[in-house]
Design a protein around this ligand. Structure first.
Ligand code: SAM
Length: 213
């Protein structure tokens, strides 16, 4: 998702109390950003933030960090926080997740969500895909013992690639579904993302895996 460049978005992001600037400086001390000792859950590629905000409302005892590469997209989430509901347990970071290990210390994150990640269909771009083995190696560093990685998509090719990458990396999926919205057990407590809403309402099946490290 890349919205048209919105003038002033960088400035708004620069001033927002919900955005953590220079996130590398918080490496190892993210809990102090929230002023408590609660678990840290992150969403990488959060888009306009519907999922992470609904999660933060549903689970006030978790600290959520939403990561998004583009200012124009992140801006939408900030506007919702500032104009509708300021949630105390969310912060946002504008960054490319390629450098995620510079931002979180080893085992600092209890859960990572990847939702409807960009497919990067050309083979030569495979390592840019968020569920690729290159990214799995990064997640492996920052995930706590028994930490979770959860991935949802409507893109079958990307999902099959993601399952192969798990195998290549020696990771085992705890749960897999090829039709989340008809899987009673995995749907329990499901919180929709913007893309999930859009694609499931068109009748597309949603694929999901859950990993426990
Ligand atoms: N997760 C949202 C949803 O399910 O509605 C948005 C999905 S959108 C297709 C993917 C988002 O991931 C885009 O906003 C894109 O900018 C972001 N993204 C892609 N690669 C990224 C990266 N390396 N680091 C941070 N964000 C990334």
């Amino acid at each position: 998702m890349r919205l048209r460049n919105i003038s002033g978005s960088r400035e708004i992001i620069g001033e927002s109390e919900f955005v953590i600037r220079e996130p590398e400086k918080q490496k190892g001390s993210w809990r102090s950003v929230f002023g408590n000792d609660r678990p840290i859950h992150i969403e990488i590629g959060m888009g306009k933030g519907r999922f992470i905000m609904d999660m933060a409302k549903a689970y006030p005892d978790i600290n959520y960090i939403g990561i998004e590469k583009y200012s124009s997209v992140l801006l939408r989430a900030i506007q919702k926080m500032e104009q509708k509901e300021a949630l105390p347990n969310i912060r946002f970071v504008r960054m490319d997740a390629e450098t995620i290990t510079e931002v979180f210390r080893e085992k600092e994150v209890e859960r990572i969500y990847l939702n409807f990640s960009d497919p990067w269909p050309k083979d030569r771009h495979a390592k840019r895909r968020l569920p690729s083995k290159e990214f799995l190696a990064r997640y492996d560093k920052i995930l706590a013992k028994e930490g979770h990685l959860e991935f949802k998509t409507d893109n079958k090719d990307l999902f099959l690639f993601a399952l192969e990458e798990l195998e290549n990396a020696g990771w085992r999926a705890e749960k897999v579904t090829y039709d989340l919205h008809r899987d009673e057990e995995m749907m329990r407590g499901n919180i929709m993302t913007e893309y999930e809403d859009k694609f499931s309402s068109l009748g597309n099946p949603i694929y999901k895996y859950i990993i426990v490290r």
